[in-house]
Design a protein around this ligand. Structure first.
Ligand SMILES: Nc1ncnc2c1ncn2[C@@H]1O[C@H](COP(=O)(O)OP(=O)(O)OP(=O)(O)O)[C@@H](O)[C@H]1O
Length: 420
């Protein structure tokens, strides 16, 4: 956390104990640094009082605490509200995310960082979008070029959500990557942005916990492609794919549908050829997941595998424009190079499954990285080195699941370092 910079914290309602009760009036206090008795219980009680009145935001000095209401308050984030906060110092108006946006904007040209922190489902991604929406709404227009770039930055959010968000046990639209969004300003207008992503959860591509899903884009693609397109890529319904049917069985997409994803890509200048390439990679990942193996006894008592589904290998190779023999070899043997010699050692069944999954994960992660750089190549227009900037960090919250894995260790370790 950077001293003197606006920060946002999001909490889930009902956390901790509510033992000590101070007389806080019926709506509590707007800024908790004003409390006489400052301890965990009085802070939580104040948040509770305010939450019960529909007041989800509370200041603690320059920190904003947001309690996720899990329901939209109409008019809370309209243009009129944004205009009210523009140019007003922190604390002049009731606590609100727009107050944080206004404070960051007013503090330019010194670089500003809004750190958004909280556990999964607490509202970080929604808060990031609202801060961005505030900036887009109130920052004086710099002409049509600035309006176009602002629209492109806003459209980048649903696009990244389709590829980097998934349903988890805690959140139907959980971000499975960390995001650092830098927004650049020149002469007061938005002139560009840059997105940096961290730690995409790769294991989700090949395995999901009960009740959870793979990344939204797979379901949106299968729900959105026409029959003719599906047969062009050799695709069936979502339930038929191993990478999609291990967790939640309801595969209907409740998120941004395929059509709006296509229009977001159009706004961001992703060409038709590139969109076709994206579908090919996604379809290839699904075909790879359906490749299975049989044990095979080789000479000298060695164990190997044979592919039980040649058609899936052929589809994946065809979609990726690579040779099917090469792909077959890559998932059934390990290649070692010694001097001028190449040795192919047969893989056992577990190793073959690992090779298949590793390839699928690398493909999807490569696609995600490409997408982020493609978005940056559009929104990072013009010279940004002399621009002023407001950055927003939307990073995972601590995770403590029934069974924590490598991902939880990385997330919690990164988070711990951020708290220091
Ligand atoms: N300000 C808000 N008003 C109304 N509903 C909200 C608000 N913020 C969040 N929500 C609701 O809570 C859900 C979860 O929020 P969000 O995805 O932003 O959480 P998150 O902290 O980013 O979670 P994760 O770490 O899993 O990505 C949203 O889909 C939305 O339904």
């Amino acid at each position: 956390m950077i001293k003197g910079k606006p920060q946002t914290f999001a909490l889930q309602p009902g956390e901790g104990s509510l033992r000590a009760r101070q007389d806080l009036g019926s709506s509590g206090v707007e800024d908790m640094t004003m409390l006489d008795d400052l301890h965990e219980a009085s802070l939580l009680w104040n948040l509770r009082l305010r939450y019960d009145k529909g007041l989800i935001y509370t200041f603690a000095g320059s920190i904003l605490i947001a309690v996720n209401p899990y329901k939209m308050f109409p008019d809370a984030y309209g243009l009129e509200v944004a205009k009210q906060y523009a140019g007003r110092p922190l604390g002049a108006l009731p606590p609100h995310l727009f107050a944080i946006g206004a404070a960051a904007h007013a503090a330019l040209p010194s670089p500003q960082v809004v750190v958004i922190s909280g556990e999964s489902g607490s509202g970080k991604t929604e808060s990031t979008k609202l801060v961005m929406q505030y900036l887009a709404a109130v920052v004086p227009g710099g002409g049509s070029a600035s309006a176009v770039i602002t629209e492109q930055i806003l459209e980048a959010a649903p696009l990244l959500e389709a590829f980097g968000n998934a349903r988890t046990a805690r959140n139907d639209n959980s971000s499975r990557f960390g995001k650092y969004l830098e927004v650049y300003f020149k002469s007061g207008a938005i002139v560009g942005a840059k997105i940096t992503q961290y730690l995409l959860e790769k294991s989700r591509i090949v395995t999901q916990a009960p009740g959870e899903r793979n990344y939204h884009v797979f379901y949106e693609m299968l729900g959105g492609l026409s029959e003719a397109e599906r047969s062009k890529y050799g695709l069936l319904e979502a339930e038929k794919y191993f990478y999609l049917n291990q967790g939640a069985t309801d595969c209907a997409s409740g998120r941004v549908d395929w059509a709006s994803l296509q229009s977001a890509m159009q706004v961001l200048g992703v060409s038709e050829g590139e969109r076709e390439g994206i579908v090919r990679v996604l379809a290839a990942v699904l075909h790879l997941g359906n490749v299975y193996f049989h044990r095979r006894q080789l000479r000298h008592g060695q164990e190997g595998v044979e592919v039980g589904s040649d058609a899936e290998i052929k589809w994946a190779a065809h979609l990726l424009h690579i040779s099917d023999e090469g792909l077959h070899r890559a998932v059934t043997s390990r290649t070692t190079e010694a001097r001028a010699e190449r040795l192919h050692t047969p893989l056992g069944i577990d190793q073959a499954l690992d090779a298949r999954d590793a390839f699928a994960k690398a493909l999807y992660a490569g696609l995600f990285n490409w997408l982020v750089s493609r978005i940056n190549s559009i929104v990072q227009k013009g010279g940004t080195h002399d621009a002023h900037r407001i950055s927003i960090l939307d990073i995972f919250g601590f995770e403590d699941l029934a069974e924590n894995s490598f991902e939880q260790m990385c997330i919690n370790y990164a988070k711990e370092n951020l708290q220091l």
